[in-house]
Write a protein that binds this ligand. Sequence first.
Ligand code: SF4
Ligand code: SF4
Length: 371
Amino acid sequence: MTKKKSVVYFTDLRATSKRNLFDKLDELLSLVGVGERFKRGHLVAIKLHFGEKGNTSFIQPVFVRRVVDAVKKTGARPFLTDTNTLYTGTRANSVDHLQTAVENGFAYAVVAAPLIIADGLRGNDGVEVKVDGRHFKEVSIAREIASASGIVALTHFKCHEMSGFGGSLKNIGMGCASRKGKLAQHSNSAPVVDPDGCVACGECALVCPANAIEIGAKAVIDANICIGCGHCIPACPEGTINVRWNETTGHLQEKLAEHAKGALAGKEGLSVFVNFVTRISPACDCYGHNDAPIAPDIGILASTDPVAIDQASADLVNAGSGYPENTALKSGHAPGGDKFRGVYPEVDWQIQLRAAEAMGLGQRQYKLEKI
Ligand code: SF4
Ligand code: SF4
């Protein structure tokens, strides 16, 4: 018997005075059953990325408000949530994180829901969840996400230096892990400097949150201190810092799929995924800046299948054209070209999709229904 494909709903960004983007977002939420899934008494985690200070690619709070309103209509009580980062920055503890979120526009007056950082003041508050994966038997998930009745993952879909792209799976897998879970995913991920290309400019050391890079005649990364965040890779103007791709990004993607499994455990039928494929920046929103988008905006997708929605988002980006000049896109500009490989040639972004499918999180076969 042929397996039924997962449905992914999609809207482009065309709008009229009678049907604007908020109306289209409402339709998407309705189609994935937000109105029926959540009930009075449910505490629903709206998992998003509030954006590092200085970044402007994250999902605009006015769209988030629309999702909050849709969840509230069911009688459930939504809260906006994310976890603290491994690296030093403006979201490394809950105090700085909440301050950054409010400064980026996620004030109660705008979003109409409380903000709760899910892994405690310093990111240490996690619960162990059984997953029985290839890398981990159990994973550490942020306590307040594990405690939530259900989840709406709002994801800004863009390129990512460690996984090719960052979509729903990354938002859930890395973004719902406690500090312990993030460290477990990043272990063995220290990049290496090719000394032949290094001009000892020190740019990499400036962005390293762990002070793991020493600049002498050449830069040297101390793998024992490195937390594997990958920030030094795009920071190097000579392009001479590389991850040991085969050993690292593949494993990281498999590990994030296992953590996604843990984050969604117990929320079967109570999980919804929405990808904003807009402002498709070459790196994640964890930087205090975002480089120019590598391709035009595509639209908004929604599904109950995190694998299908990420596959569909990647396919839509690759089906279109990339911006021809003045972006980080080095190849694959034509329709059909691989935009993620065009930014990170060595990263096989399909690994996360295969791993997540193997973990039973969803399927790569999908049916795209345009509204
Ligand atoms: S990946 Fe690079 S920036 Fe991140 S901790 Fe390691 S050396 Fe520092
Ligand atoms: S940024 Fe690149 S060139 Fe500059 S010191 Fe670091 S590795 Fe060397």
